[in-house]
Design a protein around this ligand. Structure first.
Ligand code: ZN
Length: 59
């Protein structure tokens, strides 16, 4: 008996996502879309770490 997997659309980009264990970020299509939805994309995950001024000047 084969069950046809459900297909949902990614709330972020609208891409179709097959609802299986192959899509760990469902209902999002990707980790990125999930992070965007969680509001972490522009804050934590995407923050570029900047060296503290003069903390480790290897020079
Ligand atoms: Zn998406």
């Amino acid at each position: 008996m084969q069950k046809k997997p459900a297909v949902v659309t990614c709330p972020q980009c609208g891409k179709e996502v097959v609802w299986t264990s192959d899509s760990p970020y469902r209902p999002f299509c990707s980790e990125r879309c999930k992070l965007i939805d969680l509001g972490q994309w522009a804050t934590e995950s995407y923050r570029i770490p900047q060296a503290e001024n003069g903390a480790q000047e290897d020079h």
